[in-house]
Design a protein around this ligand. Structure first.
Ligand SMILES: Cc1cc2nc3c(=O)[nH]c(=O)nc-3n(C[C@H](O)[C@H](O)[C@H](O)COP(=O)(O)OP(=O)(O)OC[C@H]3O[C@@H](n4cnc5c(N)ncnc54)[C@H](O)[C@@H]3O)c2cc1C
Length: 298
């Protein structure tokens, strides 16, 4: 296992923001991951995957960050099932599945997270989400200190979340139901989704995807923010993207405080104009003031 002491976290988040952690660990096998979490004994820890849905404090995190991104194994279990380790990247998994003729993961090609983060967030796009394709999820229960496998209907999937608590339940792998189909068609659909993403999202600047969850199926957060005039709002070096009003971008040197304050202002703007209180999709880690986290209070 690789272990870095006093390591900066910004490099592990897509927003490129985050101060130092006491240590960052990269387990190389599921056994190493389980052993590591099992031995924490009261030390603060936090597991991350792609860091693509995370706002980490610029003050850092006084504990261990466990990064799953070296756990990338994908197994073909049958003609219609794949098993992937927690750190497998969703775009890679989607392309692997397509090339081998497994259908169902086309939606995930533009989601720059991992299997573990994807399950926790019930990540979705293009009309589908993890809940539609997961067969089972296996996690390490850090309190009971044992591996547990849940069936899809036990995971408690709802819009952009599930009942698993990332601070107790460390996902080690998931099995996906992916009916066999024509590889050429699946590859074409996957490519189409990938190209659509490139056109519609501000890929030029560091960001963490959608900032807010959609408040209801008929009104997207992006629409409400756009109509409220949020585009180009700025706080320090953090700004609302010109291309997509639900994306906050780091224009270079933004701090977590800039971003959190901007998220608060975006929420207030929509609340004032539409009387709708939107909630952020992102998780936060490390020190923030109550004022900075006001948007996260439901
Ligand atoms: C450009 C861009 C586009 C995006 N598009 C979409 C989209 O279309 N749809 C969508 O739903 N999301 C989207 N996202 C957000 C993000 O990619 C997803 O939420 C993704 O599922 C997060 O996975 P991750 O591995 O990066 O998780 P992280 O950001 O690393 O972590 C998120 C949460 O999951 C937990 N976690 C991570 N791994 C594990 C594990 N093994 N066990 C337990 N808990 C774990 C963390 O503790 C944290 O609470 C986008 C992000 C970006 C930057």
């Amino acid at each position: 296992m690789d272990e870095l002491a006093n390591a900066p976290l910004a490099r592990y988040t897509t927003l490129k923001i985050g101060g130092n952690a006491r240590r960052v660990c990269h387990p190389k096998t599921i056994d190493e991951l389980v052993q590591l979490v099992g031995q924490m004994n009261g030390e603060p820890w936090y597991v991350i995957g792609g860091g693509s849905n995370l706002l980490i404090s610029s003050e850092g995190f006084d504990g261990s960050v466990i990064r799953t991104t070296d756990l990338t194994e994908i197994k073909q279990i049958s003609e219609s099932q794949l098993e992937a380790a927690a750190g497998a990247r969703l775009p890679h998994l989607a392309k692997f599945a397509a090339q081998k003729g497994y259908s169902g993961l086309e939606f995930a090609v533009g989601i720059p997270g991992t299997v573990g983060g994807g399950v926790i967030m019930n990540a979705g796009a293009h009309g589908s989400c993890m809940a539609n394709i997961v067969d089972t999820v296996t996690y390490f229960d850090s309190e009971a200190k044992k591996l547990v496998t849940l069936k899809n209907d036990e995971v408690g999937f709802v819009y952009r979340k599930c009942k698993l608590d990332p601070q107790k339940h460390v996902i080690v792998s998931a099995v996906f139901n992916l009916p066999h189909g024509e590889a050429e068609e699946i590859v074409a659909k996957t490519k189409h989704n990938e190209e659509y993403r490139m056109r519609t999202q501000p890929i030029g600047f560091p960001n963490a995807g959608s900032t807010f969850k959609n408040p209801d199926p008929d009104r997207s957060a992006g629409f409400l923010l756009d109509k409220s005039g949020a585009k180009n709002m700025q706080e320090g070096k953090a700004a609302v993207s010109e291309l997509h009003a639900n994306f906050v971008v780091n224009m270079g040197g933004a701090t977590s405080h800039d971003v959190a304050n901007l998220v608060g202002r975006m929420q207030e703007m929509v609340q004032e104009q539409f009387h709708v209180r939107m909630l952020p999709e992102w998780k936060t880690l490390g020190k923030f003031t109550d004022e900075e986290l006001r948007a996260w209070k439901s």
